[in-house]
Design a protein around this ligand. Structure first.
Ligand SMILES: [Zn+2]
Length: 118
């Protein structure tokens, strides 16, 4: 049996938090219902990913507030700042969405470990 991949590379590669091999996403934004490798069901219950939405908001704020402050300090117009914020948000939204869910899966796995398969 092969050793389980390291946690951080598996998180960055968006792999299952238990086996760290199976892909979490089946498309751009669509999750696999269960890990293709070990069968772990990703969504434990209805509303499970609401915490991931909060994580996404926090990451968005952490990324966008410094950009906004930097633009204001450089004397940019409000419309320019809004245009940059809107375009940056649209570009980053899929990436933040995916990593917020992956991060929540890994945090939840650390808080409430599970090894069962569906
Ligand atoms: Zn797995």
């Amino acid at each position: 049996m092969q050793a389980r991949p390291a946690l951080f590379p598996a998180l960055l590669a968006q792999r299952c938090p238990v086996c760290r091999r199976g892909a979490i996403f089946s498309g751009w934004l669509a999750l696999h219902p269960a890990c293709p490798e070990c069968g772990l069901r990703f969504e434990r219950e209805s509303g499970y990913f609401l915490v991931a939405v909060l994580i996404g908001y926090m990451v968005g704020i952490v990324v966008l507030v410094p950009v906004c402050v930097m633009l204001f300090l450089q004397g940019a117009a409000v419309t320019t700042v809004l245009a940059v914020l809107c375009s940056t948000s649209l570009i980053l939204a899929p990436v933040i969405h995916r990593y917020a869910r992956v991060l929540w899966l890994y945090v939840d796995q650390q808080l409430h470990p599970r090894t069962e398969v569906s």
